[in-house]
Design a binder for this molecule. Structure first.
Ligand code: ADP
Ligand code: MG
Length: 406
């Protein structure tokens, strides 16, 4: 049994988790602790994440968060067998804090360093909730920074088959919330207000991207049986939807400069939210059909959306398809998912050298490190000097995530 400490600092959550598992895979994975210090209160007044503030806050919180994760998990520094860390993608300053911390720890403890791709973490969070998620599967990772559609032909293999050409869905939630004068992050606020609205009140258009991107070129793979370039690709686009909401508000204010009623605001939120969800689910279920997938997962911050969870479940039920969504704790950024992806890397024999660097644009297929099996006992017996004395100033949630998903 391997005990891993995982560190996640890619954006505005400082997170650490302790997990155990063996080479038999997700069925053996157990989260012993998961601690998140959220910086959301710090960034809210700026209306979004300020990278420099984020990295400084990670620096303040990380030691305390890691110590708390160890304490909650009932393990000591010497009990750790490996240190997993998010190598990328994310904000480079933020990533560097986590990577430097993890490298120091790996060196001090004499334990292997395990590089993890942030999105692999989101994908593996699904297996924490449902170890027997049927494969092949289609997984939608939808967050503030990403809207990516993956085909998982087998465990640990992720093929990108669709992505957003512009804004991520979570970014659209955040930007539309800003247009409506709501607080950051916009997703949870819109989710709450939309419950009181009519989602059919306004027809907001959503683009369906089926052609190649002339600027960036195709970034997705076309596995066998998948449409060739320019032939029914499954990309997303949300910037037009954001503009449609802005135009609607402009028109509305020109006609009636008075304040908006609660029900009007709720209708706009509900209609916008439904447009996003339909775009996400239409393409995701289309991918399920094309790949003949036996399972579907939806992960990332936006998967916390209550209406998305409801509608995804309904659609899956109609098709007799198992749909897995992470628990709320595992939806937004956390280190338990990084521990899971780290355990997957460890079983594949992937570790990194101590010159590992943070990579803000790390491609998923290339998640760093060199596949090698550490020799048994390698590095054992190093001093267990803890980073000691950490004081956590971010808002902390600590959970032992309830497996079982949504
Ligand atoms: P990132 O890795 O991109 O920082 P996270 O995985 O932490 O993102 O997700 C944060 C994003 O999720 C934000 O854009 C936020 O608005 C969105 N989000 C969080 N909760 C909800 C919700 N209930 N409904 C819609 N979006 C949500
Ligand atoms: Mg994320």
């Amino acid at each position: 049994m391997t005990t891993v400490l995982a560190i996640e600092t890619s954006c505005d959550e400082t997170a650490a988790a302790v997990a155990t598992g063996d080479e038999t895979g997700p069925g053996s994975w157990a989260i012993r602790s998961s601690v998140i210090a959220s910086q959301v209160d710090i960034h809210r007044e700026w209306g979004g994440v300020v990278p420099e503030l984020a990295s400084r806050q990670h620096l303040r919180d990380l030691c305390g968060v890691a110590e708390r994760a160890l304490g909650d998990g009932g393990v000591d520094w010497g009990d750790l067998d490996a240190i997993a860390v998010t190598q990328g993608p994310g904000l480079v300053g933020s990533l560097l804090v986590g990577v430097a911390f993890a490298k120091s720890l790996a060196l001090a403890l004499g334990r292997p360093l395990v590089p993890v791709h942030h999105l692999a973490g989101h994908i593996e969070s699904l297996f924490l909730c449902r170890p027997d998620l049927p494969l092949p599967a289609v997984v939608l990772v939808v967050s503030g920074g990403h809207t990516n559609l993956y085909h998982l032909p087998e465990a640990g293999r992720y093929e990108l088959v669709g992505r957003t050409r512009d804004d991520a869905a979570g970014e659209a939630f955040d930007k539309v919330a800003k247009l409506l004068g709501l607080t950051y992050p916009g997703g949870p606020v819109i989710d709450r207000i939309a419950r009181g609205g009519d989602e059919r009140a306004i027809r907001f258009p959503v683009a369906r991207m089926t052609h190649d991107d002339r600027v960036a070129g195709p970034a997705t793979v076309n596995p066998p049986g998948f449409p060739r370039r320019g032939d029914g690709r499954m990309d997303f686009s949300f910037s037009g939807l954001k503009t449609a909401v802005a135009r609607h508000l402009q028109r509305r204010r020109a006609e009636d400069p008075g304040p908006m009623s609660e029900s009007e605001l709720a209708d706009i939120c509900a209609s916008f939210q439904r447009a996003v969800i339909d775009a996400l689910l239409d393409r995701t279920f289309e991918a399920v059909r094309r790949f003949g997938a036996s399972g579907l997962g939806i992960a990332g911050g936006v998967s916390a959306n209550s209406r998305l969870r409801e509608l995804a479940g309904e659609r899956g039920e109609k098709k007799g398809l198992p749909v897995v969504l992470p628990t709320l704790h595992l939806s937004t950024d956390n280190a338990a998912m990084i521990a899971a992806a780290g355990l997957r890397q460890i079983s594949a024999g992937v570790t990194a050298r101590l010159d590992l660097n943070a990579d803000p644009a790390l491609p998923l297929a290339a998640a760093g490190g060199t596949p090698r099996r550490p020799a048994s006992g390698e590095g054992a017996g190093g001093s267990c000097a803890p980073p000691g004395g950490g004081v956590v100033t971010g808002r902390v949630t600590t959970t032992r995530p309830d497996p079982g998903g949504a």
